[in-house]
Write a protein that binds this ligand. Sequence first.
Ligand code: ATP
Ligand code: MN
Ligand code: MN
Length: 305
Amino acid sequence: ASAPACKRLISDADLATIWVTNPTRRLFGRSGPTKLDIAVYYAAMGDFMLPHLLGRPVSLFRCPTGRPQDCFFQRHPFTGMPPTIASFDTKNSEGETKGYISVEDVKGYLALAQFGVVEFHSWGTLRKNLDRPDRVVFDLDPGEGIAWREVVEAAVHVRGALQGLGLEPFVKTSGGKGIHVVVPTTRKLGWKQFHQAASEISAGIAATAPTVFTTVMGKENRRKRIFIDFHRNARGATAVAPYSLRGRAHMPVSTPLSWSDLESIDAPEDLNYSSVPGLLETTGDPWADINDFARELPPPLQVKR
Ligand code: ATP
Ligand code: MN
Ligand code: MN
């Protein structure tokens, strides 16, 4: 079966603008991908990735030298930044005004390859609607002693609970050990209420299966349990973006999946920079219609302002 038509966002002319110095520089070890491989991956994936990324504040994980110890998160505007990476000022949680960044178009996105950008992380909101978030992330973080299969089962359980609240959850691998269940919402709540709603929903889910889940942070609480990390939904917090690579050996991808395909994944690291582009050609983007499924998030009971 051929993939559902995907809107072409990146033209051949755009691709011709890709420019990297040190294209053969390897990242993450001698058999790791080169800087050019990463540029090619993002160019190939842009049509799938950009609808989920454009216009959202981002934190970029950059590895300019290729050495893991030199990688860092870039949340603020930087020198030499491509002109179509937008910067804007807003207050952080301490009340200080800081500059933040967002990717606004294809050219800016492609230009980031030259800056050693390996991972894209984004806020659950659009820059133009900064204080009205529209994506809840239930970041399922397995503790020690939890097998992948159990994380999958837990995600399916979370899906059922969220559907019971009238929500429409989507799923992706994190590219690490866990799974992200993502719910598109209408923009009714501000950040405090949004975070609180995510907290209460998570606690409610954990209460239905207390031997499986915890919502309490800390390694000890997590042992043999899955931590539902709802703190990705606080203002200024980020989660790795759909289709982002992860900066480690074999370059896993945070891969959106249909719920039925999730069950057929035996090891999440099989979804990586060399396999995912090919898979997408047959499945298309399982999240293509995510915005059409935005539902109102039930407001929190404990209204925190
Ligand atoms: P896993 O499945 O292994 O948990 P994950 O991406 O969900 O993978 P977490 O540790 O659960 O990893 O999530 C942490 C998130 O917090 C990251 O995805 C990133 O968006 C954000 N983050 C972590 N460290 C930093 C940092 N130093 N600066 C900015 N954001 C960070
Ligand atoms: Mn996680
Ligand atoms: Mn987490």
